[in-house]
Design a protein around this ligand. Sequence first.
Ligand SMILES: Cc1ncc(C[n+]2csc(CCOP(=O)(O)OP(=O)(O)O)c2C)c(N)n1
Ligand SMILES: [Mg+2]
Length: 552
Amino acid sequence: MANGAHALLRTLADAGIEVCFTNPGTSEMHFVAALDDEPRMRAVLTLFEGVATGAADGYARMADKPAATLLHLGCGLGNGLANLHNARKAKVPIVNIVGDHATWHVPLDAQLQSDIETVARNVSPGFVRTAQSTAQLCGDAVAAINVARGPPGQVATLILPADVSWGDGAQACPSPPASAPPAPDAMRIDAIATALKAGGSSALLLGGRALREPALLAAAKIAAHSGVRVLAEVFPTRLERGAGLPAVERLAYLAELAAVQLADLDHLVLVDSKAPVSFFAYPGKPSELIPKGCQVHILAAPHEAALESLTALADALGASQEQPVLQSPQRPPRPRGRLTAAKVCKAIGHLLPERAIIIDEAITSGLMLSSLTAGAPRHDVLTLTGGAIGQGLPNAIGAALACPDRPVLALIGDGSAMYTIQALWTMAREDLNVTAIIFANASYSVLNVELERVGAARIGPKARAQLALDRPALNFAQLAQGMGVHAVRADAAENFCRALEYALATPGPHLIEAQIPQALSGAKRRVLPWMLRALPRLPASLARTLKDRLAP
Ligand SMILES: Cc1ncc(C[n+]2csc(CCOP(=O)(O)OP(=O)(O)O)c2C)c(N)n1
Ligand SMILES: [Mg+2]
């Protein structure tokens, strides 16, 4: 008979969970000790819980199965919350194992005692359970795995009291195979096909699992046959794109621009996505982005089969034999001269290797990324699904572990990078093929834009100082070197391109600090709020042109 920790690890490994991202403490020591007896489980130490949870998220996005995390009581879980929030919005599976005090120690209110379940519920609404006995532990783990796998994928949290972990008499339990999503409802599909055939302006809004190649192809056939537009949600969990794949138009982050994209629609068909709403509320502006009179249809809810639903809709429309329009190969030229955010994106478009995984947390510096990489070799893009920054570097760890034969490019704003900078140490320790590109604009640049957009009455120096990172100046190359990662700085396009070529050709992690000005500053930034306010009153074609200029 095994102790609880041994049986738990065997249960996880039997279910195909192969990686555990850890940051342990005393209450998890039996779990840590048991790791050496389970050769199927890779244990990856992270130096902050937000790195562990973000890595588990990136892993799940690319592996299509959960990783586990090992976290230390309520405080450790709390440190990991922001990236668990991003994972929840991404609808990816994660199994959190959170150590707790031994059951009889809890009432004593010792120093680290806290209400773990309350912390967990925010990100783990579908499954929070504190294991009560060693005998039942593996049954609890199977229940957690089941909920995590979905569909849709969820964050499940199993709290593991120390005495349940060290107790004897546990037996590993087999997990049932992941359940398949329910098949599409024939009546609903017919109703949507009828609505689309009636004419008018229609679009599919793809999210979640509907942004992978097979679903994109089905959607592109519908588009080619019926003139329906294909849109993608603002922040996709994982978008497959590039030469040879159908191109989709992503909704813009700025609500005013997204409203332009949605303006003329009579029908919007949701496929594993939500009806779009503004990221934040602004005085005097609408929060819902669906235009008046537009009918919203749900083709596939997140728990339903997105691909099968799109295929069935293509059949119902008679579009299954249609030739989808595919993106042709096309790269921007090699950039030259003083480095800017757009030139970094251009260099990436120029040099992107086959089957790369791009993690996009470039914030304002990534405005041109989409258009400059549209015709690059096919690649995956993972984005900031829940808007909680500090996701990108951890995500890159998970993606690189899930796909060791694929290059990972993590494009990160300097402000975002500092939330989870410790991720670099884990990249070095695990020798991961990640190239981190830091957009060092010395600013929370996007918040300068937001400050103007919210219509704050007066913007003084104290306010501005809350958004500036220039005093003291950060040196990312030195930070990376201090954590064992090869790193350089670049302030010209020529040396940036050389650094990127070297990083892509040399195994192991690299960091390139791109020293750039803010993409939106000066007159451009001052005109932006004014232009956004004017958009709804402009003729549709002019509004569209302006939108494409700003966020192509
Ligand atoms: C967890 C969390 N804290 C704070 C914020 C607010 N926030 C949004 S963007 C941002 C700054 C981003 O700065 P950077 O990564 O340098 O990108 P830039 O705006 O310069 O392009 C902040 C602080 C957030 N979204 N999430
Ligand atoms: Mg910045």
